[in-house]
Design a protein. Sequence first.
Length: 504
Amino acid sequence: MKMLHLALILLSLSDVLTQDSNWGVKYPQKQICAVRGFSVSIPCSYYYPTSNPIQVTEKLWCSMNSNTDLCKNPPYVYNSASNTKSDFEFTGDDKSDCTLRIHNVQFSYSGEYRFRCITNVEKWTGYPGVTLQVTDLKVSLIRLSGNGTLKPGDSLNLTCDVTCTQSSSQFVWFKNNELLPESGAVLHFPALTLRDSGNYTCTWKTNTTSGSKTISLQIEDVLTQDSNWGVKYADNQICAVRGFSVSIPCSYYYPIINPNIQVEQMLWCSMNSNTDQCHHPPYVYNSASNTKSDFEFTGDDKSNCTLLIHNVQFNYSGEYKFRFITDISVGRWTGDPGVTLQVTDLKVSLIRLSGNGTFKPGDSLNLTCDVNCTQSSSQFVWSKNNELLPESGAALHFPALTLRDSGNYTCTWKTNTTSGSKTISLPVEEHPDHWSIWMIFCVIAGLSLIISGAVIYSRRRVHTEQQKKDDSDLHAKVQEMESDSDIYANIQQKEDDFELYANA
């Protein structure tokens, strides 16, 4: 029984070759780290007897996360017999290099990897393999002094951290894509200056991989309302009706004693999506972009920074801030706090005071206009069939309806920054008793017309038949007279003939 077990073990290890044979695989590193989203190489070399004409027929890489039989059978992350493209790229050859390059590394790629080579003589797997650990690179800002926005004189550290241990690794720092002389996991700022503003990138490098992460550092000058720089908002709270337009009045100023100052960029941001005082995108308006949207800048590059928002929606509610940047280093700032926009619906309702069913003359009701928003200097304006009514206020009262009150009524809510309208239809119908009388009248009138027509028709018919009879009698008499005339003429002719004969 022991001999059988030994035979099985020897059989299973027949293609797992050690470094003592002339066949083998070498991995320079048994543990490799990689930063998620970047690339990593797994260095590898293999060898076989060169005295014999041996040909490599197939090269394989497998992940032991999915392959459990020493890479003898699929699945493989790389197979030289397949042309399938993936994140796993073989950068070696069919001689001695078996390096694997993994792109866009993800956490799920962590685990052990093994290389297997098949020749026309022998086949083997490099065992044990290489363990890959995937991590995130984190860049943090640790404030040592100061609070609020970063200002000159504040102290802080930028730290770079990767939760992975690998020999020969180093941290490299860049500012606005330019290499800095400082190195190490910490970049120290004992006292900030305006020149320290910029984008800082930490790059972690090893001999097999690298990964980077960027953080922004924005130092602002200390500007107060007493300075010659600032932003003013006419209102801190503004209401708007959904689907309509609204203006956010705004003005800004800077020293006029320096005529060389030029405004280079104007920005509006919504604090729903922008969380860094409008220093970086996203912006709802950017003067450097030609993108069209519901957010239209109606100001200028001198002093007016008014923003007009079209087709306002509920998700547009929130705080808005204006920021502008000039061509001097200290001439950039954000108007803080900003303006809060509240979006609501305009509702027009019909409140019945008397009557029921359809609206009839004499019924009493109110048309009311309501907007769930409080704003100074707002007013309600009413119109009927697009004609302005003298009444104003949130309610339109009808003490006793008349037929003339039928129509389409529109309520318009107006402020100095926006307006919104809603229309309701008011159909007033004739009283049912009046309708019944009118129907009876119409029926009687109709019957009278029918009877009168029948009488007239009957008389005309009798008259026509009598006329035809008289015409027939007259015609008969004429024919009779014509017949008598012919007889008389014949008798006269015969008398004349007889008289001529007698004389002869």
